[in-house]
Design a protein around this ligand. Sequence first.
Ligand code: SF4
Length: 328
Amino acid sequence: MFNFLPYHPTWEILDSTKLGRMMTCDRLSFFMDICGLQPIQESIHLNFGTAWHSAKEHLLWCHEWDGKPGYPAESLRGAVSAFQDEWREHYSGDIGDAKYPHKSLSSAVIALESYIRKHTYEEPDDFKVIYTEIAGSLELNEFDKIHFRLDGLLESSNGFIIPDHKTASSGGDRFKNSWDMHLQFAIYVLAVSAFLENKPNQRKLPCVLVDGTIFTKVPKHERVVFALNIEQLNAWIVQIHQLIARFYENLEFLEHEDIEALDMSCYPRRTVSCQNYYGRPCPFKEICWMGKNPLKLLAEGSPHLNSFKQEYWNPMDLSDGARTNLEI
Ligand code: SF4
């Protein structure tokens, strides 16, 4: 490769985040997963989501199976403290980012309280926790391997459930309709069904429970079930192979790039709006808008890259909160 862009081992660790990023925009995949560039500026959404995950993981382990479904009242204290521990790593006050006042410490406390109430009295949760925070990989064939990070694995009288803790700023149909074609969940179903293959009484495919909390003025909780039949799962398997092939094809083309060319011929820029579903602009918008060859910018150490740090995403990083490792 180029001396300013040496090989990085995470290029061989593919997961739904990387493949999904490439589906969103090849150039984004280049910036984030090949160059490892991340915005230096803290993201309230990321920090809030991480803290929320810790609180929800605590609640899962407090959950009672057999006899008393739901969550004991004292689980609130531990969940709040799990949230607070993460939150305090980034913010000293109640609000982390004035633009998003509903993603605050006090909103999280209110939301945890109402979550416990809802899933203990109104719609009581009844399952057994098998694992939380799982990092794993699945060999699809002798060439292709996919990695995954799951929030947990639960067993209910109705089958196996993969919970996925989500936070959002708007709910209703927008939240409900966001998950039908979600590569991430298809990979989860594929991985867990392969893991459970030899378990007795495993009659049907596991499903993903999208366990969302919508942080508006009054936080509310919405759940969506993502379930697939075998035919649908097989269609996803074909697509996962195609995406893995495209990821490596892009890398192969990169080797033959000329840094003096007007632009890279691989990793094309997106041709429609460069903002995500919630209207947030892509952090690389300014660079892409300039229309310069990113390889040249990297080679010259352009000041346009000063607002980014180099930090490669690795779904297998056990230091990043994973408790269980599954190699399937
Ligand atoms: S600004 Fe647009 S083209 Fe550039 S990386 Fe982001 S999404 Fe892709």
